[in-house]
Design a protein around this ligand. Sequence first.
Ligand code: SF4
Ligand code: SF4
Length: 149
Amino acid sequence: MEKIIAYTGYKKKDFSACLGCKICASVCTLNDFSMHANPQGLLLKILLGDNTITDDPLIKNCVSCYRCTDACPWQIRVPEVVRAIRETLELSSPFEKAFKGSISIWGRVYEPYIFMNAIGFLIKNGYLKHLMKWTEYISFHLPHKIKRI
Ligand code: SF4
Ligand code: SF4
């Protein structure tokens, strides 16, 4: 647990700053898909040293969208906590790999690349039934033209 906390960039006492308001859970993208994600609960597990941390749905499914951080009164960086757990426990996430691959190749998050690289995982785990809902979030950008003044 000490190693996980060190990777988060927070100190253990920082986790007690969480207000327990669950605004993070109310905006979490995973809950748009009824996945019962609770970022506040994950932070509490870390504070209490709860070893069931690996069973938390966020560890498998968090997509690092930072919606929770954006809405949190303390701007707590939950996705970085999730990443610290994944890195420490060497838990692979196809989304994480796809994001990293996209950044290293394109220098940005490129949705088609991420989708194609995570497609096997999506099919295997039955996520394709959510495809129509996902299309509300996916946007395919072409490079913007530079405005000449
Ligand atoms: S970053 Fe993860 S925990 Fe936060 S809203 Fe997005 S999916 Fe939920
Ligand atoms: S929104 Fe922030 S302060 Fe509120 S429960 Fe979630 S992590 Fe804690």
